[in-house]
Design a protein around this ligand. Structure first.
Ligand SMILES: Nc1ncnc2c1ncn2[C@@H]1O[C@H](COP(=O)(O)OP(=O)(O)OP(=O)(O)O)[C@@H](O)[C@H]1O
Ligand SMILES: [Mg+2]
Length: 283
């Protein structure tokens, strides 16, 4: 078992000013995420996904219980700068996180705040732009970019700061299919090749199916936690929460209900096609 990077212990959180009778946004969350994991966080609207992500990088702190990043509690003010520096967060709307007059300046912004020496800043910015395939946009003012391009700029800014953990809140919600694929490919590459821990909030089952672990929240509670082939093929609990699985998973479920002898755990189109071909060969 790898080292634990993120850990919550009986974490509960109520937004300040909320009525005492209203349920907490998070309640009794016990969770460990190992260094290098790729976790998808799913759940209906209002289930607490964004609130939990914000706890992970100490934008919010528990009302009761604890949260530790790399063994450091977010309750201790002295740990906050360390945690924020190592835990980069990407939001759904890139407009909220772009500050520079050009793409290059924007990507350099966090590094300048961290007092990184200028030659090192130039090197890291160039590398991050290259990684996301947007080097040609270096001198462009961000307000002239499309939503997908802006999201890549925001990601480059986070990556240049070399975080150990990426927290993403519906990062592809505003992107076209090509932009979505580019962001997902980048996340997978960063996780596989650089060992960056990824916690990815998504309403897209196809994205959740690419994670190694899926955590389901419902009304502030952690209700399921396991590999995608288990969580996303157990259709009853998903449907009860108003969630769905991948298109291939839904189709496989319907075929099985109609008596097709398909094995469990199908989530990807390719797996379904292979199973159907096997079935066709037998008849
Ligand atoms: N700033 C806030 N002040 C008070 N309550 C809030 C605030 N932000 C969220 N909440 C409440 O906390 C709960 C969890 O909200 P959260 O935004 O974490 O849900 P979510 O799972 O991210 O939903 P979505 O899928 O819609 O993004 C909801 O009941 C919501 O109304
Ligand atoms: Mg949210």
């Amino acid at each position: 078992m790898s080292e634990v990077l993120l850990e919550t212990r009986n974490l509960s959180f109520t937004y300040p000013g909320e009525d005492e009778k209203s349920p907490p946004a998070l309640e009794g969350i016990d969770l460990q995420i190992a260094d290098g994991e790729y976790v998808a966080l799913i759940g209906p609207n209002g289930s607490g996904k964004t609130t939990l992500l914000k706890q992970f990088n100490a934008l919010l702190r528990p009302t009761s219980g604890e949260l530790y990043f790399d063994g450091r509690s977010t309750a201790d003010e002295n740990n906050i700068a360390f945690i924020r520096a190592h835990c980069g967060m990407i939001f759904q709307n890139p407009d909220n996180q772009i500050v520079g007059a050009t793409v290059e300046e924007d990507v350099a912004f966090a590094l300048e705040n961290l007092a990184v020496p200028p030659p090192e800043i130039r090197r890291r910015v160039a590398e991050a732009l290259e990684l996301l395939g947007i080097s040609q946009l270096a001198a462009t003012p961000p307000h002239l970019l499309s939503g997908g391009e802006k999201q890549k700029v925001a990601m480059a800014g986070i990556l240049a700061a070399a975080p150990r953990c990426l927290l993403l809140d519906e990062p592809t919600a505003m992107l076209d299919p090509a932009g979505q694929a580019a962001v997902i490919d980048t996340l997978q590459m960063l996780n596989r090749e650089r060992g960056i821990t990824v916690v990815h909030v998504t309403h897209f089952p196809e994205e959740a199916a690419l994670a190694r672990r899926v955590i389901v929240l419902d009304r502030g509670r952690l209700v399921q936690d396991g590999p995608p082939a288990e969580i996303l093929t157990d259709l009853g609990p998903l449907r009860a929460l108003g969630l769905r699985t991948t298109a291939a998973g839904e189709l496989a479920g319907l075929l099985r209900e109609d008596g097709f002898p398909l094995c469990r755990g199908i989530l990807h189109n390719r797996e379904l096609v292979e199973q159907l071909c096997l079935f066709a060969q037998k008849i």
